[in-house]
Design a protein around this ligand. Structure first.
Ligand code: CIZ
Length: 300
């Protein structure tokens, strides 16, 4: 493995015509070397549209797979191939099929945190940024939704649609420490509390707003407040602090995703040197999942 340096990484990126995309939950040292930091929707759109030959996707596995489906002519490299997502893994194709069989004729929308097999069996997938817009655009009034039950409940409440929701959850978000949120609210009465829709409804009841990470950025930008309590994966605090140096951000709820912390700058460097580990998807599975993923990038 070559030795990591910022200048060496820039030379390697130029030689490979590569871009580094990082999710907002990634560790600070990864966010700081990325060409673009964002949510799944932004990373997916960037992977598809940027003029490059290679994409290093720093996130969890389903994000790298989604990028590979959207960018079939590019090499998608995953510096943390062991980074899975328990939420995505909680709903296999047969458990989704069972839910669909209980509601025949209803369109299925799956969260991007899902397997390619689930996406292939769905009308569309969505991210937290566009879940309400995608469900509102579904061709049936009632919608099968999975795998996150909290996001599903939030979308049902926001859109007025009937959702048949799979009983899955993101362990770090669903396990948010509500007492910690209450304590921080009391300690910082002037702060705005923003929580993610993957947190349980008890967190939403305490919050000023329930938002995906992209919408949290927009909220802070337009808010006059100086202090914010951030109820999502703690990596988001670094992202917000870089974007808004004059404001103050504190993580609340003790929400940490170990899978999101598996990439390192050294692993990014070495995957660009070796052009491995590269995401390889069975072409027929990629083809089957492309329509649902395409709707996700087109809507909202
Ligand atoms: O959409 C995403 O990337 C996830 C998983 C969370 C968020 O709100 O950004």
């Amino acid at each position: 493995m070559g030795t990591f340096s910022r200048s060496g990484l820039e030379r390697l990126k130029a030689r490979r015509r590569a871009v580094i995309l990082a999710h907002s939950y990634q560790p600070p040292e990864i966010q700081d070397i990325a060409d673009l930091v964002g949510d799944s929707l932004e990373l997916s759109r960037a992977a598809a549209s940027l003029d490059c030959d290679a994409v290093v996707l720093c996130g969890v596995r389903f994000m790298a797979e989604t990028a590979a489906v959207l960018a079939p002519g590019k090499a998608v490299l995953n510096p943390a191939p062991g980074a899975g997502c328990p939420l995505a893994d909680s709903m296999d194709a047969s458990s989704l099929r069972r839910l669909q069989e209980e509601h025949p004729g209803d369109a299925t929308v799956v969260y991007v945190n899902s397997s390619l097999e689930a996406k292939a069996a769905s009308w569309a997938c969505c991210t937290s940024a566009n879940a309400c817009a995608v469900v509102s655009a579904a061709p049936t009034r009632e919608v099968v939704f999975g795998p996150d039950r909290n996001l599903g409940a939030f979308v049902a409440r926001s859109t007025g649609r009937t959702l048949w929701v799979f009983d899955g959850s993101c362990p770090p978000h669903d396990g948010a420490d509500i007492a910690d949120m209450e304590r921080m609210r009391r300690a910082w009465p002037d702060a705005r509390l923003l929580v993610h829709p993957e947190t349980p409804p008890a967190a939403w009841d305490l919050a000023d707003a329930v938002l995906g990470t992209g919408a949290m950025i927009a909220y802070v930008k337009s808010s006059g407040a100086r202090r914010f309590l951030i109820g999502t994966e703690a990596g988001m605090v670094h992202r917000l602090s870089v974007l808004f140096p004059g404001r103050e951000f504190s993580a609340v709820g003790r929400i940490g995703c170990p899978n999101m912390k598996k990439a390192s700058p050294e692993a990014v460097f070495s995957c660009l040197e070796d052009m491995e580990p590269r995401v390889r998807i069975d072409p027929s599975l990629a083809e089957a999942a492309r329509a649902a993923i395409g709707r996700m990038t087109a809507i909202g």
